[in-house]
Ligand binder design. Structure first.
Ligand SMILES: Nc1nc2c(ncn2[C@@H]2O[C@H](COP(=O)(O)OP(=O)(O)OP(=O)(O)O)[C@@H](O)[C@H]2O)c(=O)[nH]1
Ligand SMILES: [Mg+2]
Length: 225
């Protein structure tokens, strides 16, 4: 496994993350931040590996708190990655919480995604070992409905053989009505898929930083100051 890790990290990354830092946590929309650079959100069911995915990108073990106990991240946690902001969202679909708490999480997620002008991209994480849950399918429908750009990213792929992983990629893609080539398989244990994720992030940042065409720029400048 260590050899594998080395192999993935030897490739030249398209984007170098040097010093990612924690910015703040938000429990409700009044605490959400308005970043001055592209913001990328990471969502998925609880325990799927969102915080580990963020740590993999940051090259840090403990930037985002991880836990084997599902439902740990109950807040929106913002991280500064230099050229972009990453938002670690509360996981959904955790059974062992009260109805009231579930509703609170759903509201936080809804408030977060409603402000879609702030969101440049969403990494929607799905466990590579299992079929997508009903909550995953609902999340995808939600992202489609709100026309939020997203990439389905499979986690924990180190737990499958290469053959099984390819099988699962095809099956999960079919369940979510996506082309298998649009999914990125990752492992925060080995760094597998990290280059593909960074390549996607680089293209998202480049697109977000492109100047607006003149007409659009005039339209968006009509805000009262
Ligand atoms: N083998 C393996 N384990 C992983 C991977 N990613 C996450 N894990 C483990 O899965 C558990 C949950 O990971 P987290 O990153 O805390 O998951 P999360 O989605 O942030 O969870 P919540 O914040 O509770 O919703 C931890 O025990 C991690 O070590 C992976 O790529 N491979
Ligand atoms: Mg987490």
């Amino acid at each position: 496994m260590y050899e594998t890790k080395k192999k993935y990290e030897e490739k030249q990354p398209p984007l170098v993350i040097k010093n990612a830092t924690f910015i703040t946590s938000a429990a409700k929309k009044e605490q959400f931040i308005t970043p001055d650079k592209p913001m990328i959100a990471v969502c998925g069911k609880s325990n799927v590996g969102k915080s580990s995915f963020i740590n993999m990108l940051a090259n840090r073990k403990k930037l985002a708190k991880t836990s084997s106990e599902p439902g740990r991240t109950r807040l929106v946690n913002y991280f500064d990655f230099g050229e972009f902001i990453l938002a670690d969202l509360p996981g959904y679909g955790f059974a062992r919480v009260s109805k009231g708490e579930k509703e609170k999480w759903a509201k936080t997620l809804d408030d977060f995604f409603k402000d879609k002008a702030k969101i440049s991209h969403v990494f929607m994480l799905v466990d590579s070992r299992h079929d997508p849950t009903a909550d995953d399918v609902q999340m995808i429908e939600y992202l489609h409905y709100h026309t939020l750009p997203f990439t389905v990213t499979l986690t924990k792929s180190d737990k499958l053989s290469r053959m099984k992983l390819n099988e699962h990629i095809r099956a999960i893609a079919a369940d979510l009505y996506l082309a298998p080539a649009n999914l990125i398989a990752t492992s925060s244990e080995t760094g597998y898929g990290k280059i593909e994720v960074l390549t996607k992030i680089k293209s998202v940042i480049d697109l977000a930083n492109q100047p607006l065409p003149i007409d659009d720029a005039e339209e968006t400048n009509t805000d009262e100051e």
